[in-house]
Design a protein around this ligand. Structure first.
Ligand SMILES: N[C@@H](CCC(=O)N[C@@H](CS)C(=O)NCC(=O)O)C(=O)O
Length: 198
């Protein structure tokens, strides 16, 4: 059985929990309190961060890498596009999200930089996505995909981070509600995450 070491409020662990619950497979989530991190995390992940997935001899870290592995091991429902060109584009977009959006999420989570600048950057980047959802239900088309998994934990935390999107981003919030109503998303929430949104 797969074991996921997961931060109870960590947006990156949240991504992996979403994929595990969307797949409806057998797994165990090991809750990690980031304020009182067990020493074995540093033993299994040289970066001493969560999430970490342990599947027998395989130890993986980095949420997107973990998620691609789960998607390939348990292909139903498939979350990465089957076509190599579309899959490559999806990977490229996942990489762009990390650099343009989630670097600021990490700043907010760690309190490393001025929160206001990070909030502004996230707000601007998310607002730019709005036109996509006037044409399609999800980021890659009308099917829920790994791109939606990657961004969902941030959309869930907007209020918690003190980020308010402008009116022009209304399609993004409609899209977010579409994700939040999925059973896999609901089941993946920890008690601490459930109370992040009113
Ligand atoms: N790029 C990594 C980011 C993981 C990450 O930054 N995790 C943070 C929590 S947000 C962590 O475990 N930090 C260690 C700590 O807070 O002690 C991923 O996608 O998995």
């Amino acid at each position: 059985m797969m074991n996921l070491y997961s931060g109870t409020t960590d947006p990156f662990s949240h991504r992996c929990r979403i994929v595990l619950f969307e797949k409806g497979m057998d797994f165990q989530v090991i809750d990690v309190d980031l304020y009182n991190k067990p020493e074995d995390i540093a033993v299994i992940n040289p970066y001493n961060r969560v999430p970490v997935l342990v599947d027998r001899d395989l130890v993986l870290y980095e949420s997107n890498i973990i998620n691609e592995y789960i998607d390939e091991r348990f292909p139903h429902p498939q979350l990465m596009p089957p076509d190599p060109i579309l899959r490559a584009r999806a990977r490229q977009l996942l990489h762009t999200f990390e650099g343009e959006i989630f670097s600021h999420v990490i700043d907010l989570e760690s309190g490393a930089k001025s929160g206001d600048k990070s909030r502004q950057e996230i707000r601007d980047q998310l607002t730019q996505l709005a036109p996509i959802f006037t044409k399609q239900k999800f980021l890659l088309g009308d099917e829920f995909s790994m791109l939606d998994v990657a961004i969902a934990p941030l959309l869930w935390r907007l209020e918690h981070y003190g980020i308010e999107l402008p009116k022009s981003a209304a399609p993004v919030m409609k899209y977010a509600e579409r994700i939040f109503s999925r059973q896999g998303f609901i089941d993946a929430l920890t008690p601490s995450e459930k109370v992040m949104r009113r």
